[in-house]
Design a protein around this ligand. Structure first.
Ligand code: PMP
Length: 294
């Protein structure tokens, strides 16, 4: 990429000029929402699902996105074109906008909208074969009654704290439980376990983001006749699983080889994980919105 162009409040600016006010409540309070999206061979994968989730998150925090759906889609497509991007990552952010030092959102008349597209630092193919090391952490996932994890808000401290824990443990990913001890998700991915050929993922009401990759995997399981359940489970079920994998826009479908010192299955990505990854990669440049014809 030569010059990186960023969409900021209706204009395209260079990276050096992409500046947001220190009074923006996104900065002061984490007051805002965002999406992480991927473009594969010119196709914005699951574009509608991501934009729908963005508008839903905004509604939930009573934030009116100052752009219509089609306008936002066009801004995203234009940011991709300006950056000559065929494969990469799109970060779409809407914050409450500049206000005063008080937290009242009524003092923020103009939300900030920005779109950044960038190359993605992804896991190596080796990591997809060998799997990650993960740990469960003491911190609980935000409880839905306090800050619902279904809202993809700019407030990621809960996730960052568990990432810090997993860093201290020398692991690649953290597994978060809810206040009752049920597994919810990773720091930035949803989680699945496989036992005796049956795939299980926790229901999102336990405290997880309704991941778009998660949903794509649920649909792929149906297509491939792999039995799937959405059911609560504990760390015990994770330890004794034949396979455990994480899903997310950046991570795609990636196995865990070791969790809390226990070897998972054969200590590498298992057959169902690899099959789902293979099938997932077949749809990523098909299902979505084509900015460029491949
Ligand atoms: N959970 C959390 C906390 C996340 O931040 C993400 C996105 N990075 C996911 C799950 C996965 O969601 P998606 O598949 O929509 O990227």
């Amino acid at each position: 990429m030569s010059e990186q162009w960023i969409f900021l409040d209706g204009e395209f600016v260079t990276k050096e000029n992409a500046k947001v006010s220190v009074f923006d409540h996104g900065f002061l309070y984490g007051d805002g929402i965002f999406e992480g999206i991927r473009i594969y061979n010119g196709n914005i994968f699951k574009c509608k699902e991501h934009l729908d989730r963005l508008y839903d998150s905004a509604k939930s925090i009573d934030l009116v996105i100052p752009m219509e759906y089609d306008e936002l889609l066009e801004a995203m497509a234009e940011t991709i074109r300006r950056n000559d991007m065929r494969n990469g990552y799109i970060r779409l952010i809407v914050s409450r906008g500049p206000g005063n030092l008080g937290l009242d959102p009524r003092r923020c008349p103009k939300p900030t909208v920005l779109i950044i597209v960038e190359q993605l630092a992804i896991y190596s193919e080796e990591a997809y074969r060998n799997g990650l090391k993960a740990v469960s952490v003491a911190q609980r996932r935000n409880i839905p009654d306090a800050l619902n994890p279904k809202i993809k808000s700019l407030n990621y401290l809960n996730n960052i704290l568990v990432k810090i824990q997993s860093n201290f443990a020398g692991a690649d990913e953290a597994i978060m439980m809810n206040a009752q001890g049920y597994v919810t998700e990773g720091s930035g991915d949803n989680i699945f376990i496989v036992k005796n050929g049956v795939v299980t993922t926790p229901p999102c009401y336990l405290g997880a983001l309704e991941g778009i990759t998660r949903q794509a995997i649920i649909e792929l399981c149906a297509k491939l006749d792999i039995p799937l359940k959405e059911e609560p489970f504990s760390m015990h079920d994770v330890y004794i699983a034949d396979e455990v994998f994480f899903t997310g826009t950046a991570a795609e479908v990636i196995a865990a080889r070791e969790i809390d010192g226990r070897t998972i299955g054969q200590g590498q990505a298992g057959p169902i994980t690899l099959k789902l990854l293979e099938e997932f990669r077949k749809i990523v440049d098909q299902d979505g919105y084509k900015v460029w014809e491949a």
